[in-house]
Write a protein that binds this ligand. Sequence first.
Ligand SMILES: C[S@@+](CC[C@H](N)C(=O)[O-])C[C@H]1O[C@@H](n2cnc3c(N)ncnc32)[C@H](O)[C@@H]1O
Length: 233
Amino acid sequence: MLGPRLKALASQVPIGAKIADIGTDHGLIPVYLAKNKLAAKIIATDISKGSLQKAVDLVKEENLDHIIETRLGSGLQVIEPEEVDTIIVAGMGGMLITSILEEGRRVLKSISRLILQPMSGSDLLRQWLVKENFAIDHELLVKEGRHIYEIIVASHGSQEVIDNIQYEIGFKLIENKDPLFKEFINGKIEKTKDIIKELEKENTKNAKEYMKEFLLKYKKYEEAYRWFVGLEK
Ligand SMILES: C[S@@+](CC[C@H](N)C(=O)[O-])C[C@H]1O[C@@H](n2cnc3c(N)ncnc32)[C@H](O)[C@@H]1O
């Protein structure tokens, strides 16, 4: 049984996709896709022998070793161009996901969907995607425990950026009226307030510069919140 985060990730896989789950760890998504006959080809990879072994064991236990292929190695280095059309990279920092994509350019050419779930640095990941001519097709928030996770679905294409704050608050969450958006943006507002309070205590040039940046962010987050509330009416 998948938890809400993994279930939401699996729900973004197009039926019949040829998929690679990069950094699979437990192998839960590949097993779910195979058991429900949702994908035409499934490759589960991990850089860590110990992590991949968990997936190998689960695949064997579920008698799915004729359907799911497991591969040991870093990022997209273990995938050949044209081998898959969909890639999941989830549960890692945004910088790591970005470097996996960057180093896997030769594979990305033939990919029609990226399903990404950064644990942090989602703004850096979105910036990279837009710079590399990926469009953000869909975004959703998922709550598991106390944490809200961001899922980003992208494909080749150009992305209009109206305001840089979209790299942080997402391109689709407001228009999709994501049910967790208010909680998500409130979390950012509270964090920014705390940072501003700390910066007020310092009297350096750097602190003043940061202060400007965070006051602007705070204003944009509040605007996004009000915009969302307006759409709800
Ligand atoms: C926190 S787990 C996330 C597992 C799963 N994707 C999820 O979302 O639940 C991160 C996994 O990524 C793997 N990993 C880290 N860097 C990697 C890389 N460059 N290539 C492939 N796997 C990597 C780790 O070994 C670990 O198993």
